[in-house]
Design a protein around this ligand. Structure first.
Ligand code: GLA
Length: 383
């Protein structure tokens, strides 16, 4: 992490001053994709890559912020009309606004931040940024906001200031992450359980296509709308269905003629995915990684063919994984680019990576990026 870089830059930008340093991680997700906003289950974990921010209260009503990785600065106030121009600054501004909307009393501050979560890789660099500031401001202004509300502040920032109607998974994982454990989260009740994850004899590795397709956020919002439409159609006959998470394949078939073919496919994917997460929980309790892997492939197939959020680069890496007898592989996160997550036996690892690099370069002119996953702690203060 870039702690030294942040400290050094902060002193340079802010006339020799120092502040408090906070960090929040990005996340992986073993399984349960696009289930969070459907009230379903997810299985994320925080990673050893994140955002680091130094912050000093400045006694004014202004924020002076430096995005070190972009060499950009921004200055803005705390009122709704003060929304900054730069996207990165809107994350910080949004967090401040969402705190204020909840009655939190905050003032101006100086801050510099830097991150090592690859952007657009499906590892939630934006949630890492939101969680860093939500956690830090709660601490610095002694607001007493609980951890769930901090995650919701990050999520609301995406909704209201960044145009993405995301679920709670990323911000939850970034705040609640625990070293060595994945977290099973019920996104309706917000009940959660830590699962120590140490698949002996296997490696968990991300392959980043290093592509990010346009319109990812509008397509994401469209998927969410499809799900809500189908849930509403099913609810007319089954009032107990609050979210697609509550629906069965039979219920979906009952409304088949009332909804579009695309909406049907989206809902089918979600209903199947909710079940896959349950299957993975049972399998993990028995140490049955073959079933875990099988369901990961199931998710990829569903995300590619039914939910249609994959792309040729991700499908290509998934095919290579199958060819190399990788236990499980799938697109991770929202889709439309980013990473595949792969559960691979140690003895198959080298051949798989070699093939993935060579074949991908031949097909797309550059290599994918590789990240070995280290499951780490969530938001915290560093000094
Ligand atoms: C993005 C969103 C999450 C979740 C995933 C897909 O990461 O921010 O809320 O919906 O996509 O599982």
């Amino acid at each position: 992490m870039n702690v030294d870089k942040v400290r050094k830059a902060f002193t340079q930008y802010f006339e020799g001053a120092t502040g408090a340093v906070y960090t929040s991680p990005g996340r992986i997700n073993l399984i349960g994709e696009h289930t969070d906003y459907n009230g379903g289950f997810v299985f994320p974990g925080a990673i050893d890559k994140g955002m680091v921010a130094e912050i000093r209260l400045n006694g004014t009503d202004k924020i002076r912020a430096v995005a070190l990785d972009l060499s950009e600065t921004a200055e803005f106030g705390l009122q709704e009309e003060d929304s900054p121009r730069q996207q990165w600054a809107r994350y910080i501004f949004g967090v401040c606004r969402e705190i204020i909307k909840r009655g939190g009393k905050i003032g101006g501050f100086d801050t510099a931040f830097s991150g090592d979560v690859p952007l657009g890789a499906g590892m939630s660099s934006s949630a890492a940024l939101e969680s860093t500031y939500a956690f830090a401001l709660n601490d610095l202004f002694e607001l007493g906001i609980d951890k769930f509300e901090l995650a919701k502040i990050g999520q609301a920032t995406e909704h209201n200031y960044c145009g993405v109607k995301c679920g709670i998974m990323d911000q939850f994982a970034s705040i609640f992450g625990k070293e060595g454990s994945l977290i099973l989260l019920d996104c309706r009740s917000l009940e959660y359980k830590y699962y120590p994850f140490d698949p002996v004899g296997y490696k968990l590795v991300l392959l980043d296509t290093a592509v990010k397709h346009e319109l990812a956020s509008s397509a994401y919002n469209a998927r969410r709308q499809s799900c809500e439409k189908v849930a509403a159609a099913i609810r007319r006959n089954h009032p107990e269905v609050e979210f697609l998470r509550d629906a069965t394949p039979d219920m979906l078939d009952e409304v088949k003629t009332e909804i579009s073919g695309d909406d049907y496919m989206r809902a089918q994917y979600v209903i199947e995915e909710v079940q896959r997460v349950m299957d993975v929980c049972t399998a993990l309790e028995k140490g049955d990684y073959e079933t875990v892997g099988d369901r990961m492939y199931g998710t990829h197939n569903g995300m590619s063919k039914l939910y249609e959020v994959s792309c040729k680069e991700l499908d290509f890496l998934n095919d290579i994984a199958r060819k190399n007898d990788v236990t499980g592989s799938r697109v991770m996160g929202g889709g439309f680019g980013g990473c595949t997550i792969n559960l691979v036996k140690e003895e198959k690892y080298e051949a798989f990576i070699k093939d993935a690099f060579t074949s991908y370069r031949e097909a797309f002119g550059h290599e994918p990026k590789l990240y070995e996953v280290v499951i780490s702690n969530g938001a915290r203060k560093l000094n």
